[in-house]
Design a binder for this molecule. Structure first.
Ligand code: FES
Length: 178
């Protein structure tokens, strides 16, 4: 009795079988490559806590102790990586604690990042000259909207940043980013 696979079968010829094997190999190789490329280009997902909170990090992705920021002079605007990696200004208050409101470093005109000017007490966008007050409201356009804000809290020296979804206290209205 002949138990060998017959490639003369009408349902799967030798050529079809080889084509199938080649196609499967190419698909598996391409799939692996795409998976690796996708993992490289997509930011790693970050687990979030209550209310979507994340821990503020430095540019290297390391958590920043709150005491490192609060050791700065009152009025300091310190940049950290916030929600989804957005650069976010934390504000040191007069009592050397952190303000419960952080300001996202993303100009509402065309999305440039901008420095804090401590002399003028303004965020000043270098791209097209928009100026923002210390709380992120627009002093001069072309920026059309106030800067996005986030909640800031400190627990056990960790800085937690979470989305601001309720009324914007600067406008008394629903936030434009929600
Ligand atoms: S992007 Fe800031 S003023 Fe245009």
């Amino acid at each position: 009795m002949n138990n060998s696979l017959s490639f003369e079968s009408p349902s799967l010829s030798r050529r079809q079988f080889l084509n199938f094997l080649t196609g499967a190999t190419v698909a598996a190789t391409a799939g692996s490559a795409l998976y690796v490329a996708g993992k490289f280009f997509l930011p790693p997902s970050e687990s979030t806590g209550v209310g979507g909170a994340i821990v503020a990090k430095d540019i290297l992705g390391n958590p920043i102790p709150a005491t490192q920021i609060t050791a700065e002079a009152p009025g300091t605007r310190a940049l950290v990586a916030g929600l989804a990696g957005e650069p976010t200004y934390l504000i040191v208050k007069d009592d050397n604690t952190l303000d419960s409101m952080g300001i996202v470093d993303n100009c509402t005109h065309l999305g440039c990042t901008f420095p804090w000017n401590p002399v003028d007490q303004q965020f000043q966008c270098p791209c097209h000259g928009s100026l923002y007050a210390p709380d992120g409201t627009v002093v001069r356009g072309p920026a059309p909207l106030p800067l996005k804000i986030v909640h800031v809290a400190v627990i056990d020296d960790r800085i937690l940043i979470s989305p601001w979804t309720e009324t914007d206290p600067r406008t008394g209205e629903k936030p434009w980013w929600v």
